[in-house]
Design a binder for this molecule. Structure first.
Ligand code: NBP
Length: 484
């Protein structure tokens, strides 16, 4: 009898091909298919040659090549391609078979698709996959969610191919129902935006206010990578800064300063606005990319608008120590905000998320992998109900120890006209969050003044609302529908 495959994979682009090779190297037989069918033969005759990989040339052939319950994983462009494949697969599969979407799908799509696929008697998984090309081949971080009944059938494949942390724990576990896996992947990507922006701000102030060259900054990142900031993104930044172009000069200095984006950072910010959770650092990082893309406008403005005279800071080593602490404190704020958002989403979408477990999923394989995530896991081990990371003793203590340095860095940047949006918004969040009283009393008065929106009083119980006739001719009627 012809050998049947353990899993089928559709989409032989960079991620799909590498995931197939990863699965095969862990002992699984994989059947593959691609819309442009020639790519199937190119793959099975090329990188996949001599391996337990079955090339198929139609979806019927793919469905026929799989062991039951059949598992078909899509690694195609997010959006319509996923819906199209689901439509084509449904009539070819049987009850209990599983469709898996491993692309960067937007979580509301995954919520919708889970419901739809389940209504057709099948099971659905939407899984985040992080780690890029290398991760896909050697061990990605996987964040699966969807139909809980599907998990036992894919668990051994997913956990075998995932990255492992030092003690062998796989960076893959069940996240939750319907869109939970893709939501957590979206938060991962948002955090990635924040981490990258913070690193760029540190680089910028080293250049602008310390007058450092790329190779001098490389040495700083090298040192930082040996301490608490140790992470994949600091490591690649260190290597990027050392990389020389063909003329021997740093390549980084020749790259145009306009950043691209594919939308997952924006989705994270939009979700924070929808749920009313401050996600200021990641949102600043998204806007930072937008501002960077306004290259022509910035070039023109730079000729008209002036800032403070450039000053080189004298005590370089002391400032670098401050900067390291400021970066770490800001990173704490970024993850704090991301975790508060996940908690709000879990409540809204009825997911039961394991927050420490999520830190562990990101501990290896993915772009934001770092020593720091171990600290987050420890915090949730200490208190699984932790509502805000800043209230954990380790993070509270670290922020306290970093605070003076952080304030010196943000004020130095402001005084020297150096752009540090994420680092400064992080400090503002900290100062806002630790304030028992914010000026929203005045804001409520303004809203009541012009729109009769009412206010609560400090000397009355919560939930009792008052309206004042501020001008004497505004009337006593409160608004119930006008929303500002
Ligand atoms: P791409 O996102 O470039 O997608 C290429 C695949 O999608 C090919 O198999 C292509 O078929 C297929 N495809 C396209 Br494009 N349009 C299609 C359509 N209308 N109908 C059917 N198939 C279609 O590949 P990738 O970079 O490997 O990423 C795959 C997924 O993984 C994406 O969702 C991506 O966001 C996600 N992801 C990527 C990375 C990364 O580092 N690249 C990391 C993590 C997640 P064809 O060969 O016939 O054109």
């Amino acid at each position: 009898m012809e050998q049947k495959a353990d899993i089928g994979l559709i989409g032989l682009a960079v991620m799909g091909e590498n995931l197939v090779l990863n699965m095969e190297s862990h002992g699984f037989t994989v059947a593959v298919y691609n819309r442009t069918v020639e790519k199937v033969d190119a793959f099975t005759g090329g990188r996949g040659r001599g391996k337990k990989i079955i090339g198929t040339h139609s979806l019927q052939e793919l469905a026929g090549a799989l062991k039951g319950p059949r598992k078909v994983m899509l690694m195609v462009k997010a959006g319509k391609a996923v819906d199209d494949f689901i439509e084509q697969l449904i009539p070819l599969l049987s009850p209990g078979d599983i469709i898996i979407d491993g692309g960067n799908s937007h979580f509301p799509d995954t919520i919708r698709r889970t419901k739809y696929v389940e209504s057709r008697g099948l099971l659905y998984i939407g899984t985040g996959v992080s780690g890029g090309e290398e991760g896909a081949l050697k061990g990605p971080s996987l964040m699966p969610g969807g139909s809980p009944a599907a998990w036992p059938h894919v668990k051994s494949i997913f956990q075998s191919i995932a990255a492992k942390v030092e003690d062998g724990t796989p960076c893959c576990d069940w996240v939750g129902e319907n869109g939970a896996g893709h939501y957590v992947k979206m938060i991962h990507n948002g955090i990635e935006y924040g981490d990258m922006q913070l690193i760029c701000e540190a680089y910028q102030i080293m250049k602008e206010s310390l007058g450092m060259s790329a190779s001098a900054i490389h040495k700083v990142f090298k040192r930082w990578n040996e301490g608490e900031l140790n992470s994949y993104l600091i490591e690649i930044t260190r290597d990027i800064l050392a990389y020389k172009d063909t003329d021997g000069k740093p390549l980084v200095d020749k790259i145009l300063d306009t950043a691209g984006q594919k939308g997952t950072g924006k989705w994270t910010s939009v979700s924070s606005l929808d749920l009313g959770v401050p996600l200021t650092l990641i949102s600043e990082a998204v806007y930072a990319r937008c501002l960077s893309a306004m290259k022509d406008e910035r070039m023109a403005a730079s000729k008209v608008l002036s800032g403070p005279k450039k000053k080189i800071i004298k005590n370089k080593e002391a400032f670098l120590r401050d900067l390291e602490k400021a970066l770490y404190a800001s990173k704490i704020i970024s993850y704090t905000q991301g975790y508060v958002l996940m908690r709000a989403a879990a409540e809204e979408y009825k997911w039961s998320l394991n927050y420490g477990g999520i830190a562990l999923l990101w501990r290896g394989g993915c772009i934001i992998r770092s020593v720091f995530l171990g600290r987050i896991k420890d915090a949730f081990d200490r208190n699984p109900q932790l509502s805000n990371l800043l209230l954990d003793p380790f993070f509270k203590d670290t922020i306290e120890k970093s605070q003076k340095s952080w304030r010196r860095v943000v004020s130095t940047a402001a005084l020297n006209g150096v752009w540090m949006p994420s680092c400064s918004t992080a400090l503002n969040y900290f100062d806002g969050f630790r304030s028992a009283r914010l000026p929203a009393n005045l804001l409520q008065a303004q809203r009541d003044f012009f729109g009769a929106h009412q206010y609560e009083r400090v000397d009355k119980p919560r939930g009792e609302f008052f309206h004042t006739n501020w001008t004497g001719h505004g009337g006593e009627t409160a608004s119930s529908s006008y929303i500002v």
